[in-house]
Structures are given as structure tokens and as C-alpha cells.
Design a protein around this ligand. Sequence first.
Ligand code: TRP
Length: 333
Amino acid sequence: MKETVVSGIRSTGKLHLGNYYGALSNFVKMQNDYNCFFFIADLHSLTTHPTPGDLSRTVRQVVMEYLAAGIDPEKSTIYIQSDVPEVAELYLYMNMNAYLGELERAAAFKDKVRDNPDNVNAGLVTYPVLMACDILIHHATKVPVGKDQEQHLEMTRTFGNRFNRLYNVDYFKEAFAFSYSDKLVKIPGLDGNGKMGKSNGDASCIYLSDTPEVIRKKVMRAVSDSGPTEMNQPKPESIQNLFDLMSIVSTPDTVEHFNELYNKCEIRYGDFKKQLAEDMVLATEPVRSRIEAISADEEYVQKVIRIGAEKAGESARKTLKEVREIIGIKKLY
Ligand code: TRP
């Protein structure tokens, strides 16, 4: 039997190159080797109170972009979290043995409290419980997430083990973070530092749905400097970032060509950026056209979502039936 993989996708809308070459490329590989469940975490996103219109629109957008980027609904189960209400029921049960102290100590929770002191709601504190349920409900053992989610995975193991101990069963399995490479490729942003991410602003991100014109504009405006003044001078972060991006979308010859120009202090950033922009346009073209094709095919999108809900629901219903039995929740009529 293949091991089961679960991963939740934040439903914050458009995917960028960082997602594409990072987490997503991992997902696309995993679907051949494991029994994969990928879901859009729309219940989690309620912690920040999106408007109803925004919520459904972004969820649909994310589904389409994941399909366009290579999630294959024949191989994986792709579904929307709220389509499987058993997750919410399991969340209720698991909340009974998650302790407030341990939830309040979670790093992600502390960050949220610091950033949004006016919205410290109960859903935010129990976010890790819901995440644990996403994983436990399918008995997953592998979760493709980054460093920032390690603590949540540890809590998932704690909750599962605690349930097992409380009811004296060997029911929930332990899940661990998983990635094909030790280090996921880091995709830098266009803003001169850090990594590509929505939190660093739209200008730092190249979205898979960006048109060639938008891509060109963003790349031409990317942060650079006034140019090297000494031979073989080390590159400042903003320039290194652009070279890193180039090494992902361009041929090695192209990267080498601009590297030599840089080392000889002959690089012209205008030309360098133009080349980078064109290679980005080319690299993203197949996904962009698939996004367009899929968004024009409403019937297909609906079918994928419905089949996903059925497959995930089947797995979830089986778990909930067993969990209710273990807990002693039973029909007395
Ligand atoms: N917390 C994850 C994130 O912020 C999203 C998520 C929710 C998730 N449920 C999950 C990830 C279950 C993996 C498994 O990225």
C-alpha cells in the first residue's frame, strides 16, 4: 500500500513562481509515488474574515491554478476542505484534548497575535488542531510543508498520540514533513531581498497568471544597483537574486554570459533584465495558457471539484465512523 500524503494549500489566491518551483514541483512529483490528498484550506482562511465573494473566488482560482501547474486529478485527490464536513466534526473532538497552553505557545500563533492584536479569535488559537485533523482524517504519514510548519506537524503528532493514549488505541499514525530535496529551491523576490511571497507585495512576485506585459514591467522595475565597479566583485543580494532567478528560467549559457559581463564590469542591467523577462515569459507560457484554457471550461472545473469531494469524503467518513466508535458517540435510537 502506498503511503498517504496530505497537504493544505492556503487559499490566498494566485500562485507565484516561488510556489511553482518550490512546493508545487514537490507535489507534482509526489503524486506518482504516493496516495495524495491536496486540499484548499478555506476553513483555515476564515480566521481572517474574508468577504464571501473573495473567499469563493480565490478558492476557485487556486483550484484552477493547481490543475494548470500539474496536479493531476486522475492521480491525486484535489478537494476543497469545506466540502468535507467530517473535518469540522473531527476538529470538535480533537479540540477536547488540545490544551490551551500548548496552543498559545505555538510560534505561528504568537506571530499572528503580534501582527493582528485586534483579531485573536478562538479559531486562530485552534488553527493547529484543524490542521492536525486535515492530516489525521486521511491517516497521512507524509506532509510536504516547509520549515514554518514543522511545529504544527509536531503538534499533529502530539494530538494523535494523545488521542491514542486517552482511548487506549493504536489508531492515528504519526506524520512527518517530507520533501524530495533537502532544501527546496529558494525563489527570491524582485524587491531586492528575501523570498518571493505575497507578503512582500505584488511587485516582488511573478504570478503564473501574469501576462507577458506585466512580467516585463515587473522585471524591468526589479531592484538592482548602480553596477559593479571592480572586476570579479561579489554580487550584492539584489543582483544575486536576479541571477538566481535567471538560473531557474534561462539556459546555463545565458547565465554564464551575463555573469562574465558582470565580472568584467560590462553588464548593462537593462539588457540583463530584458533577457530575464523574456525567459520568464517563455518559462511560464505553458502554465499561463493552461490557466486560461481551464478557466474557460467551467464544466471541467466543477467536475474535478465534485470528484475530489467524493474521494476525500469517502476517506473522511470511514475515519469519522471509527473515531465516533472509539469515543463512544453512538446512536441510541
Ligand atoms: N498551515 C498550512 C500553511 O499555512 C496550511 C495547511 C492547513 C496545511 N492544513 C494543512 C498544510 C494540512 C499541510 C497539511 O501553509
